[in-house]
Write a protein that binds this ligand. Structure first.
Ligand SMILES: NC(=O)CCC(=O)C(=O)O
Length: 335
């Protein structure tokens, strides 16, 4: 097309008008600029986030490590008070723990379960109101969800307007048996989710996993490929695996994928049959622990500077250095 245009273009005369050479130079420059732009975009990491103008550069994060009890009303009151407190300290993204509205036990899940899609969930209504009233993006930990004869371990994500943006059902159920130490079989009561969750929020693009989901690197890799800036895992590790694996897994997911990871645990309750490790933590894309705590109730604050993602990925362009001629991540969830 450019060729035709050039040859149809009048050759300009000697009266100070553009010469054919000048036209050629202009076209060459245009072509050069165009091709270098194409090159720049083709060397962008696969799945790098395509940020809209409204995408935040920095996000104030709060991880609410709540003390949960057998009293659901009290748990809801504790959660809403923590969200309010976090917002009053400037938090824009607030995270709650796994199973924050009930004790973490197979006996409790059926009793405390709520029908989220049926619109009758007391806990979800309280979270939506808290997100709206406090103008925060809320990753609402998880609660037992009942739907069509099944129970799920489900995390709801809300916008600052209190709109339900996404629902993640725990994909990998916590079934382990370390004799004499810890035995738990979520599959006795729960059904695993069938989809993975990346959600665009006013606090960035978030990947969602629940606790045991963190042990599966492929899930985090898929989230990174889909442009997640931070993977949020509400979780409740235990006294055996917590000390050895909790932080290690978070830092591994963060450094492998060069993104932020945030976890939020219940506080340890001495009266509970399941002793949670606590230690809600935020990790940066260089595997650095940004903020953490012990096992007591409290709120952990930090800031996620999303510009660090580009910086780390430029410094160390792992995505471009992958040997896709030797191996590849297979995404079976895409239609
Ligand atoms: N609630 C959970 O999924 C616990 C996971 C856990 O403790 C682990 O070691 O993994």
């Amino acid at each position: 097309m450019i060729y035709i245009w050039l040859h149809r273009c009048p050759v300009l005369d000697k009266r100070g008008m553009l010469t054919r050479r000048a036209v050629l130079t202009t076209v060459q420059r245009t072509l050069l600029t165009y091709s270098s732009r194409c090159l720049a975009s083709s060397t962008k990491p696969v799945g790098a986030p395509t940020m809209s103008a409204a995408a935040p550069r920095k996000v104030n994060l709060a991880l609410c490590q709540l003390l949960t009890s057998a009293d659901k009303e009290k748990n809801i009151a504790t959660a809403t008070a923590a969200i309010k407190e976090a917002a009053s300290h400037g938090a824009e993204l607030v995270v709650l723990p796994e199973m924050w509205n009930c004790p973490y036990s197979n006996d409790s899940f059926p009793t405390y379960a709520e029908d989220i899609d049926g619109g009758t969930s007391q806990s979800v209504a309280a979270l939506a109101a808290a997100a709206r009233q406090n103008r925060v993006v809320l990753v609402g930990g998880s609660i037992p969800e009942k739907r069509e004869g099944h129970l799920y371990n489900t995390c709801c994500v809300f916008s600052k307007q209190g709109q339900l943006l996404a629902k993640h059902r725990k994909v990998h159920l916590f079934d382990i048996d370390i004799p004499g130490k810890v035995t738990f079989k979520e599959s006795e009561t729960l059904t695993s989710g069938q989809s993975i969750t990346v959600v665009d929020t006013e606090a960035g693009r978030l990947g969602i996993g629940i606790c045991y989901d963190i042990r599966f690197p492929e899930l985090a890799m898929l989230y990174a490929k889909r442009g997640a800036q931070c993977i949020v895992y509400p979780g409740a590790f235990n006294m055996t695996t917590g000390p050895v694996h909790w932080e290690l897994l978070q830092r591994a997911r963060a450094v492998d994928n060069q993104l932020f990871v945030a976890t939020c645990s219940p506080a340890r309750n001495p009266e509970s049959s399941y002793q949670a490790w606590g230690h809600s933590t935020a990790v940066g894309p260089f595997a650095e622990v940004l903020a953490t705590t012990d096992h007591q109730p409290g709120i952990v604050y930090t800031q996620l500077e999303y510009a660090q993602l580009d910086e780390r990925r430029t410094n160390m362009p792992l995505t471009q250095q992958k040997r896709s001629d030797l191996y590849e991540l297979l995404d079976k969830t895409q239609q």
